[in-house]
Design a binder for this molecule. Sequence first.
Ligand SMILES: Cc1cc2nc3c(=O)[nH]c(=O)nc-3n(C[C@H](O)[C@H](O)[C@H](O)COP(=O)(O)OP(=O)(O)OC[C@H]3O[C@@H](n4cnc5c(N)ncnc54)[C@H](O)[C@@H]3O)c2cc1C
Length: 584
Amino acid sequence: MLPDYAVHDQAIGLDWYEVDPNLRFTLDRLLPDRTDRDFAEEHVARFGALVGGPVAARAEVTDHNGPVLRRYDRWGREADEIVHNSTWTDNKADLVRAGFTGLARHAGRPVPAVVTAALAYLVNQAETAIHCALGMTSGAADVVQRWAPESVRDRLVARLTSLDPGEAWEGGMFLTERQGGSDVGANTTRAVQDGDEWLLFGEKHFCSNVDAEVFIVLARPDGAPPGSRGLATFIVPRLTDDGAPNGFRIKRLKPKLGTVGVPTGEVALDGARAWLAGGAAQSATGDAARDGRGLNRMMEMVNGSRFGVALMGLGIHRRSFLEAAIYAAHREQWGQRIDRYPLVRETLVDLLVDLEAGTAMTFECAAAARASADEAEGRLLRRILIPLAKMRATRVAIGAASTALEVFGGNGYMEDWPMARQLRDAQCHTIWEGTENILCIDVRRAMRGEGAHEALLARVERALDDAGPHRVLAQPADAVAATLKDGREAIAHLEAASDDMQLLHSRRLAGLLADLAQGALLLDEAAWSLARDGDARKAVVARRFARRHLVTAPVRGILDDDRTVLDLFDPIVRYGHVEVADAA
Ligand SMILES: Cc1cc2nc3c(=O)[nH]c(=O)nc-3n(C[C@H](O)[C@H](O)[C@H](O)COP(=O)(O)OP(=O)(O)OC[C@H]3O[C@@H](n4cnc5c(N)ncnc54)[C@H](O)[C@@H]3O)c2cc1C
């Protein structure tokens, strides 16, 4: 059944898996093993109805009823408690029960990364704030599992992955301090060793999910060198075993533009008891930071979170498209549905084409090992794709939310329609877990330090090889090949350039690599779809992407008589089959 936007009033209340054939397509392609695909079907479908239904409806209420800090109880004692609206806690309880933070336990088997990504993509369409809270919980569970001392590890992991909302704990991560978030090397929070444990002293300036129970915190052990080399990663419970605050005080909640549901606070640590995240260095003063492994452990969590934030951008983009498609199928002006007008058709098609490009690149991060020649290449591909996907998906989502808002006309600007919140929330994600500039610099670091671009270029070559036999892909394949040539030339040129010129061009280079990756992965999808079903819809999507992003059209494209968005509007936005002859 193809989605028919005209029969729905709004996105909330729909099964968001059912109305998203491209998500099913993505799972089909990236999970070739039948058992994995069946597993994905069972769980992702479950989330489609839950998230599109009650979770999305409650998220709207949470946005107008954000958390507040109750500093004192009625006896005047310090309480430091965050009071949430029940819509927020009910949503978290539903997601925990459904296995969002503990699917391996829920299902009793390992979970492919593609499935975890698909669940996050769905949840983010309802509320990225809740993914912030629960995504950091999974990240913290991972750090605890690998690096907490044995004496506490199992107990903490059991709570962080619990399926019982009454038992479940949550996680957070504190890096940023008042003097800066990009330059964490300037962190001043101190760690003082106390037997096998540590005491932390300092202030953290952005602490999301601030009433979670376990935090992963960057601090500098006394005697460690300055800069990021001297930092180490610690695991900090918010409360002591007897329920008292663990040297932890919430100074205030921040007044945010969006992502209202998740409380972001400023925190003072005054002798907070902590465990060093790291086995052998556990009790040796200074060892924790000496070789920078401490920061590396935090960066493992940051990289996972960056992938999660890319999925936030993607979720907002998907929600923006769905809302706009439904509205445009209903709204009439001059006696006809506005989605009959060429400019609205182009808007919807391009929202979707860019969404499919973003989906292809972001999900490739989760499936990099599958598509690579060997394990090392898979790791490097993931290494470079994650910052590229985060940079691209979050930036594009702001434009997508703004564009979709305008499809609603004046209604779009109103807080009782769905797009205002999406636009406010979207603005956060380019900043969280590293701004766009910092991600471009990270891409450069991955290239210089690890040669990670070679894995990406090899992946592009493979996509071009697979597209080769299909004549209908000739045009986008030529565009990808030309962009690949540009990419190689740019890399070679910058290798010989001065440091400041390399930095000056790093955003342009990252943009070029993201375009290249997206164009190539759409090509890959198109070849796969032609081979499996003889369906040329993806070929049309790949061609449209290439025309808009890889090729500079003369006279601003006005000489282009391509009628794709007019003649193939329905099969593109409703995911119908396109015959090769019709795509030619
Ligand atoms: C809603 C929200 C929640 C957050 N939650 C958390 C959290 O839970 N835990 C946490 O640790 N942090 C959190 N943060 C902090 C976030 O990670 C930082 O805000 C972000 O990393 C940027 O740091 P900054 O704000 O100090 O900006 P700065 O580092 O001061 O950057 C300011 C500007 O300078 C640019 N810039 C900086 N250095 C360079 C450079 N070398 N080259 C080019 N440009 C540069 C940046 O791109 C940016 O545009 C949160 C932020 C927000 C908005």
